[in-house]
Design a protein. Structure first.
Length: 235
């Protein structure tokens, strides 16, 4: 994976208020750490960072140049997103060196088509691997071409590029091939679903009716009135 050059600014404001001001300025709060060095707080341009992650994935290698003269290589270690706005809230960046081995989680993609009348169940979407920090693959591949029902794809079946080693358990399940339900099986489940829906609707209807009866009789209000009358009498 090729590195992406990105500029950064030192960050002097911290806490929630400082982070909000940084984001309003079109920057992403981030911290650089690793190699026993003191963590360095920086701010990255939001648009450039987002574009790099969309293209290279969560393991995109960055060549970061801070305007105080600092130049480093770093990999995203943890990325916090806003699920509603789909924006980046904060990034932890791990300092790396060329030729250094790192262990990262890499997405797994299934290739090919399984046998007819089967379904694919994804057990793990990523695998932990060890690779040169400058040569981390953006994804890994595992073939399911012609796989019959009952086939299980494990980490050992995933193709690894040269120089990449599996860090996860080789028997870790990645995907399973199961038999697709027949039309008869699907039809057999429909009555059960319809019965469950009817029972739910009846239960809701009964609860609504009971609530309505209570409101019409005015029992809570009457009880409150009796208590008030008794209190006045005692007074």
């Amino acid at each position: 994976m090729s590195e992406v050059k990105i500029s950064a600014e030192p960050r002097t404001e911290f806490g929630k208020g400082g982070a909000r001001r940084t984001r309003r300025a079109g920057m992403v709060p981030a911290v650089l750490y690793g190699h026993g060095e003191k963590p360095k707080h920086i701010a990255l341009p939001a648009r450039e960072f987002a574009a790099a992650i969309r293209k290279g994935g969560a393991n995109q290698l960055f060549a970061i140049e801070v305007n105080d003269g600092t130049q480093v290589l770093a990999l995203p270690k943890a990325i916090q997103r806003d699920p509603i706005k789909d924006t980046f809230e904060h990034v932890d960046l791990l300092l790396v060196r060329r030729g250094e081995k790192v262990t990262v989680e890499v997405p797994v993609q299934l290739t090919g088509e399984a046998a007819k009348d089967t379904l694919i169940v994804h057990d793990h979407d990523t695998l932990s691997v060890t690779a040169d920090a400058t040569k981390v693959p953006d994804h890994l591949e595992a073939s399911i071409e012609g796989a019959e029902a009952g086939t299980q794809i494990t980490a050992a079946d995933v193709e690894l590029p040269a120089g990449v080693e599996l860090a996860a358990d080789s028997e870790l399940p990645v995907a399973s091939v199961t038999a697709a339900p027949t039309a008869e099986e699907l039809e057999a489940t429909l009555p059960e679903i319809e019965t469950a829906d009817e029972e739910t609707e009846e239960g809701v209807g009964e609860e609504t009716a009971e609530s309505s009866e209570g409101a019409e009789t005015g029992e809570p209000a009457a009880a409150g009135g009796e208590e008030s009358a008794e209190a006045k009498t005692e007074a």
